[in-house]
Design a protein around this ligand. Structure first.
Ligand code: SAH
Length: 366
């Protein structure tokens, strides 16, 4: 099996290089390329060609490979389908926005949470991702942004400089089922890539012990809670995790986190409809009554509700609701004193919603 150089520490990398009879400084050069996210050895232009060839035969750069790369029609979103060493596939999305370059990172291969509207969970959980596998997703996006401009300044989290500036752990998987590695990954992103804590967001379906762990960790990141329903009865129908951790428990842990870090809590709320027997779309979780219930839950707390249009998933029996219904729901929340915004859809044309690409690829292969 090929050695994955990114997984070696400095001493191991040096040994790998000197075992071939190459001088030590080559290890440092290779490390610089690895830290930039170099996808293979052919790009390492300051190494002799025969060395690059030998490296290609015996080693890989990162612990993942790009299987597919899709560009949205507006060129603002790039989606990667990545393959890990054991053949598992994950997704990662780079979004170039007005506020910066944001990477959406997967924390698991697959997902065990079983949310009824989501594509990521349809094939179940395969395994947790390692720190290096999460970090390499960011490096893949960094390479996409900066390529081989090795002589430029070091990455410092500055989008104006072409760096990754934001990380959202909102890809496939439940990060708080893999909390230790997620924390290790974020510590490293902050330290090595200079991505500030305030530009990092972790999204969870509501694993209470994990939220408590984040509070103990004590970094001022943003926490996002995937709420999607304002009462337990409805939430349990679409999110099985709600049978384990009830709404109040989840929100109390989340408020404690955001109070301790003095951060605004983000609430994610997908707007779901369902078709009746005539094929008409009925609002499922976003009626005026639901809006009032949501206000009662959140009033008095420092929160921002992100309303998310549902990205349709063929296997899932939901429907998108009209723009009119979305605005009506938002108006009630705003009148109730709750900060609310509607999330812009990004990369819908390239299957950018949670797990769609991975799922499609598996189906195509079958
Ligand atoms: N497991 C974590 C993070 C991954 S999901 C969590 O639940 O928060 C990231 C966000 O995308 C969640 O809010 C999730 O509910 C939402 N999501 C999943 N499928 C979606 C779809 N088809 N359309 C829109 N949002 C979706």
């Amino acid at each position: 099996m090929k050695t994955i150089l990114f997984n070696l520490n400095d001493i191991e990398l040096e040994k790998f290089v000197t075992d071939f009879g190459w001088p030590r400084f080559r290890a440092k050069q290779i490390r610089e390329w690895l830290n930039r996210g170099a996808p293979d050895f052919s790009v390492m232009k300051n190494l002799p060609v025969d060395m690059r060839d030998k490296l290609s035969e015996t080693a890989e750069t990162l612990p993942l490979k790009i299987v597919k790369k899709l560009e949205s029609s507006d060129n603002q979103t790039t989606k990667f389908l990545l393959e890990l060493v054991d053949g598992e596939q994950i997704e990662c999305v780079l979004m170039r926005t007005t506020y910066g370059n944001s990477v959406c990172v997967s924390s698991q291969a697959g997902c065990a949470m079983g949310c009824k509207f989501c594509a990521s969970t349809l094939l179940g959980l395969k395994r947790n991702l390692t720190v290096n596998e999460m970090f390499s997703q960011v490096l893949t996006a960094a390479w996409e942004l900066r390529g081989d401009r090795l002589s430029d300044t070091k990455p410092n989290g500055d989008a104006n400089n072409g760096d990754v500036s934001h990380i959202v752990v909102m890809g496939t998987g439940e990060p708080l089922q893999n909390t230790e590695n997620v924390i290790g990954f974020l510590e490293r992103a902050n330290h090595d890539l200079n991505i500030s804590w305030r530009r990092i967001t972790v999204s969870t379906c509501g694993i209470v012990p994990g939220i408590i762990e984040l509070t103990k960790w004590g970094r001022p990141i943003n926490l996002a809670i995937s709420l999607h329903a304002p009462i337990d009865e409805l939430r349990s129908k679409i999110m099985p995790i709600n049978n384990r951790y009830k709404l109040n428990e989840v929100l109390n842990a989340a408020f404690e986190f955001s109070d301790a870090q003095n951060r605004q809590l983000m609430i994610e709320y997908i707007l779901l409809g369902k078709r009746d027997e005539n094929g008409d779309v009925m609002i499922y979780n976003a009626t005026p009554e639901h809006a009032q219930q949501l206000i009662d839950l959140l009033r008095g707390h420092n929160v921002m509700v992100n309303l998310i249009p549902w990205n349709s998933v063929d296997e899932r029996d939901f429907a998108s609701i009209s723009g009119n219904a979305v605005h009506k729901f938002q108006d009630i929340l705003i009148k109730g004193g709750i900060h609310t915004r509607i999330r812009r859809e990004r990369g819908a044309d390239i299957g950018s919603a949670c797990g769609q690409l991975r799922l499609k690829n598996k189906k195509d292969v079958k």
